[in-house]
Ligand binder design. Structure first.
Ligand code: SAH
Length: 396
C-alpha cells in the first residue's frame, strides 16, 4: 500500500498554491514506511488529498511533489507528458536563438523536482539530485528514449547535494553512446565545444546565454576584461561584437584551452584575444596597482554562497571583486556583473554593487538588468527558481 503523509494544520497552504515542497516540520504523521524516493500521497490534517510526491527521508525537504492531479500516476507516461510540455518552450527558444544546446528540464521549474536535463546536440545530460529522481531513474530513461530516440543519455550526478538526500555521486552512460571529448553546440550564431564528461556542471553554463547575447551591444571597439571566463562564454560573444581586445581569465587551464579552441573554431581574430591563467582576485589588484584600465569588465564568478551561513562571506567577496572591477574601468566604462547565488536576492546584490561603488569612489548607474536564460524558466508557483541575476552598470 502507498504510504501517506498528513500535514500539520495550516501547512497545506503552500501546496494549495502549487509550491512543490513539504518540509519535515510541516508533517504531522507518516502512515506506512516509505523507502528512499518512494512515491507517497499527501493529505491535509483533515485527510483531504493534496498531492503525490517523492519521499526524501534524509532531507529537510521531506517530500517533493510530482503531481497535484489525483488521476496522474507517476510512471513512464507521466515523464513523457512533462518532457513534451518542456520541449514546447525549448522549441520556441531554439528557433528564436538558433540553439542546438539548451536546458530541457530545469527541475522544479519544469515540474520535475530534482531532475536537470541539458541537451547538447544529440546528447542528453541528466543530473538527478533528489531521492525521488533517483527512484524514478528507469522510468525517466524510458521516457527519454521514447521522446528522443536519436539521443544518447549521459549522467552527471556528481554533485555534493546528493549527500543530503542519502545518495552517492554517479556519472556514466545511461543509454546509447559515450560522449566524444567535445560536442559542438551553437547559440546565437556562436559555436561552443562542450566537454560533457569532464566539464563543469553538465559541461557548459547554459544559464548565462541571454546575458552573453546582451553583452554584445556594449563591446564594439572596446578593451574587455572577461573574469571567470570558463570555456570562453562572454569572451566569444565579445569577439563576435567587435571588441578590440578581450582578456579572458580563469584558474582552470583545461577551460582556458577550450576557450582558445572555441575562439579559433568560430574564426574570431585570435590576435584580439588573450587567455590568462590567473586568480581573478589577485589579478584585479595587480591591474589596479599598475593602473591598467579597461572599457568593459565582465564579472561572472562561481557561486560564493552555498548555504545561509556562507552568505555574509559571500557578500564580502562580491563587494570586493566589484569594487576592484570599478577601479580598473575607464571613466564611462561598463561593468557587466552577475551573481548565481540563489540565496542572494536581487535587492541584496544591488546593495552590494552600491557599496562597492562607494568603496571604489565611483558613481554608478544601473542601466540594464539580467536574469537566467529563458530555458531556465521561472515557474509562477516556485519563486525559488530565480537564482541568477546581473546588472549592466555605467561607471562614471
Ligand atoms: N562566464 C562563464 C561561466 C563562469 S563559471 C560562462 O559564461 O560560461 C566560473 C568560473 O570561474 C569557472 O570556470 C572556474 O574555473 C573559475 N574560477 C573560480 N575561482 C576563480 C578564481 N579565483 N580566479 C579565476 N577563475 C576562477
Amino acid at each position: 500500500m502507498t504510504a501517506s503523509i498528513y500535514l500539520v494544520k495550516g501547512r497545506e497552504k503552500s501546496l494549495r498554491r502549487r509550491h512543490p515542497w513539504v518540509f519535515s516540520r510541516g508533517i504531522q504523521r507518516v502512515e506506512g514506511k516509505p523507502s528512499l524516493g518512494e512515491t507517497v500521497e499527501i493529505f491535509d490534517h483533515k485527510g483531504e488529498w493534496l498531492a503525490r510526491g517523492a519521499f526524501s527521508p534524509q532531507s529537510q525537504i521531506r517530500v517533493r511533489v510530482w503531481t497535484f492531479d489525483r488521476n496522474e500516476a507517476i510512471d513512464v507516461n507521466f515523464f513523457i507528458k512533462r518532457l513534451k510540455t518542456a520541449q514546447g518552450l525549448r522549441d520556441i527558444l531554439a528557433d528564436r536563438d538558433g540553439l542546438t544546446g539548451y536546458r530541457l528540464i530545469a527541475a522544479e521549474s519544469d515540474g520535475l523536482p530534482g531532475i536537470t536535463i541539458d541537451r547538447y546536440q544529440d546528447f542528453l545530460v541528466c543530473q538527478l539530485l533528489s531521492a525521488g529522481a533517483e527512484a524514478q531513474k528507469e522510468a525517466l530513461i524510458e521516457a527519454l528514449n521514447t521522446c528522443y530516440p536519436e539521443c544518447s543519455i549521459y549522467e552527471r550526478s556528481d554533485v555534493a547535494v546528493r549527500k543530503k538526500e542519502g545518495l552517492k555521486q554517479r556519472t556514466g552512460v545511461l543509454s546509447g553512446e559515450e560522449p566524444p571529448k567535445f560536442v559542438t553546440i551553437e547559440e546565437n550564431g556562436v559555436k561552443i565545444n562542450v566537454d560533457i564528461v569532464g566539464g563543469h556542471k553538465t559541461g557548459f553554463y547554459l544559464d548565462q546565454r541571454d546575458s552573453r547575447q546582451a553583452a554584445v551591444k556594449y563591446v564594439n571597439g572596446k578593451r574587455v576584461l572577461n573574469c571567470f571566463c570558463y570555456t570562453g562564454g562572454f569572451g566569444l560573444y565579445a569577439l563576435k561584437g567587435g571588441a578590440s581586445q578581450v582578456v579572458n581569465v580563469d584558474v582552470s587551464q583545461p577551460a582556458l584551452d577550450t576557450a582558445r579552441m572555441n575562439a579559433e573554431m568560430n574564426g574570431y581574430p585570435l590576435e584580439n584575444a588573450e587567455f590568462l591563467n590567473a586568480d581573478v582576485f589577485k589579478l584585479l589588484r595587480e591591474y589596479r596597482d599598475r593602473g591598467e584600465l579597461f572599457d568593459v569588465v565582465i564579472m561572472d564568478p562561481p557561486k560564493f554562497a552555498e548555504s545561509k551561513s556562507q552568505l555574509v562571506g559571500a557578500c564580502r567577496g562580491y563587494k570586493d571583486i566589484n569594487m576592484l572591477a570599478m577601479q580598473i574601468l575607464k571613466p564611462g566604462g561598463t561593468l557587466l556583473t552577475y551573481s548565481c547565488s540563489g540565496l542572494m536576492d536581487n535587492n541584496l546584490f544591488q546593495k552590494i554593487i552600491a557599496d562597492a561603488a562607494l568603496d571604489a569612489n565611483r558613481e554608478v548607474q544601473f542601466i540594464e538588468r539580467f536574469a537566467q536564460a529563458a530555458d531556465h524558466p521561472l515557474d509562477s508557483a516556485y519563486p525559488e527558481g530565480f537564482y541568477l541575476k546581473g546588472f549592466a552598470c555605467y561607471v562614471k
